[in-house]
Design a protein around this ligand. Structure first.
Ligand code: ADP
Ligand code: MG
Length: 249
């Protein structure tokens, strides 16, 4: 017994192959035009479904990451900076450090490209199938503060904990009280050896302790953050200032 095209589409849908179901008429026409073998036809149908699913998952991960803007590593001009060699950049791009749960700390004054580089890494990680979350420090603190009693913060916190890469932008911009430092510690402890963290900061780690308040907690946090870490010191002139547009001709 053979089903018509619509019947096949219905069956594919029931089997949850909805992408291939929607495109079946087109794919069948192509099969006839190119005289695909049975093997080729099956190969095309299955790969169509898999590729569409990959695209959709990537789109979903991109939305979840909540990047403030999209600037890739390709947009990052290596000739404009002295903090990294092309070879080091290539090694960062291959994401082995993420596979091995290394953290990255990007240090330097405002405008040198810390946030851009962090977003670029995040986009690359998403491209390679990882789950990423971008959080300005202020936002992370407010999520931690309210996670006990608002559902939205609870959900976001769970997502952070499930991420392969958590980007915390402008660390220590805000001084924390004891309770906040405690919550921050619990999060870092959860992520430790499970995920990678990228931190950007304009203060060097020696000063992070002061902002975390309690010395014991500060040491425990730094211990975990800096256990497996690559620190990139970006001391170039501000890209923003150098390339600013002028009203004068
Ligand atoms: P920071 O986070 O260090 O304050 P940003 O990442 O926000 O700096 O960078 C400031 C601006 O300069 C952004 O628009 C960024 O895209 C751009 N920028 C900085 N460094 C570079 C670079 N090497 N190549 C291209 N754009 C850069
Ligand atoms: Mg920044």
């Amino acid at each position: 017994m053979s089903s018509g095209l619509e019947g096949l589409q219905q069956a594919l849908k029931q089997l949850r192959l909805s992408e291939v179901s929607a495109e079946l008429p087109l794919l069948m026409r192509e099969a006839e035009q190119h005289s695909w073998t049975y093997h080729e036809l099956l190969d095309h149908l299955l790969n169509f479904e898999l590729n569409k699913r990959d695209d959709k998952n990537k789109e979903k991960r991109l939305k979840w990451a909540k990047f403030p803007y999209h600037k890739s590593l390709e947009d990052y001009d290596m000739t404009e900076q002295k903090s990294m060699t092309e070879r080091q950049m290539k090694q960062l791009k291959d994401m082995h450090w993420l596979e091995q749960q290394y953290n990255l700390v990007l240090l330097g004054p405002p405008g040198v490209g810390k946030t851009h580089l962090a977003i670029g890494m995040g986009l690359e990680a998403i491209e390679q199938g990882y789950q990423v979350m971008f959080l300005p420090m202020g936002e992370l603190m407010s999520i931690l503060k309210t996670s006990d009693y608002t559902r939205k913060s609870q959900i976001t916190l769970n997502r952070i904990k499930q991420s392969d890469l958590v980007i915390i932008d402008d660390l220590m911009y805000i001084a924390m009280d004891q309770r906040e430092a405690n919550q921050f510690f619990h999060l870092i402890n959860h992520l430790y050896e499970r995920s990678s963290i990228i931190l950007t900061s304009n203060k060097s780690p020696e000063h992070w302790g002061e902002l975390l308040g309690d010395e014991g907690i500060a040491t425990a946090i730094l211990d975990r953050l800096l256990h497996r870490v690559e620190v990139i010191q970006m001391n170039d002139e501000s890209y923003r200032m150098k390339n600013r547009e002028s009203v004068f001709q």
